[in-house]
Design a protein around this ligand. Structure first.
Ligand SMILES: [Zn+2]
Length: 249
């Protein structure tokens, strides 16, 4: 099975096409092995329906978002259980499978929300992220970090109870900061600490241990805490959570 022809989202997928095709074939084979049925697989970049399947004579036709090409084994098992026939207990099993798939989609939502590279805007109203990035790259990473940086989009009417201050999208090498940080009341040393954290994700990549993804491991934490402004920035954050949770406008 070949993934569908490129659409706008694929411009941000760094993985070469051949690798995607191979990954799609692997996933189809795994599903087929689980289900003991022939599986046809279509990979898409559609944001609204992540997974669907249809039974056709002699095969099950899955349509899955390309995030599932990198799904861990338990998610692949869930994909199979989702479409599995089987009587007795199929309902609860299918619900559990659906929950696992939903959780996986949530974990990957950041990736789906990747801004178009050309729309990535580093210069905000109060803070210039490119200037901060360049300074940190020279001072702390020997210029080795290769990423683009920008502000996330402001969504009006955003009511928050938590705020994800920054995100690093590993495969696209994009750092994005939450726009709530882009105001003069937020000191530059705090913004810089968040940028440093996201840059550190490239220097200390996530790794898989016993099927678990370790993102902020001991090495990561040690280097983060060695950042000169770490304590000062964390203390500021503690005192100003209310500000960060409020809308900038
Ligand atoms: Zn992090």
């Amino acid at each position: 099975m070949r993934p569908p022809e490129s659409n706008r989202q694929l411009t941000l997928t760094v993985q070469p096409r051949e690798a995607r095709v191979a990954a799609a074939r692997r996933l189809a084979d795994e599903l087929s092995a689980h289900l003991a049925e022939r599986v046809r697989l279509t990979v898409h970049d559609n944001r609204s329906t992540m997974v669907s399947f249809r039974r056709a004579p002699g095969e099950i036709h899955y349509r899955v978002h390309h995030m599932f090409l990198e799904a861990p084994e338990d998610v692949v098992t869930a994909l199979a259980a989702f479409a599995g026939s089987g009587r007795g207990g199929a309902g609860p099993r299918r619900r559990a499978a659906g929950n696992r798939i939903d959780a996986f989609v949530r974990e990957h939502r950041e990736r789906i929300a990747i801004p178009q590279a050309d729309r990535l805007q580093p210069r905000g109203r109060a803070h210039d992220l490119q200037a901060i990035f360049d300074r940190l790259n020279a001072e702390h990473f020997g210029g080795a970090i290769d990423a683009r940086i920008g502000w996330g989009a402001v969504r009006s009417g955003d009511r928050r109870r938590t705020v994800k201050t920054g995100v690093y999208v590993q495969d696209a090498r994009i750092i994005r900061l939450h726009p709530t940080l882009d105001r003069p009341e937020v000191p530059e040393y705090y913004v810089a600490m968040v940028v440093f954290h996201e840059m550190l994700h490239q220097a200390v990549p996530a790794r898989e241990v016993d099927g678990r993804r370790i993102v902020h491991g001991a090495d990561f934490r040690r280097r983060e805490q060695a950042y000169p402004d770490y304590a000062r920035a964390k203390a500021w954050e503690e005192r100003n959570l209310g500000l960060l949770l409020s809308s900038p406008d």
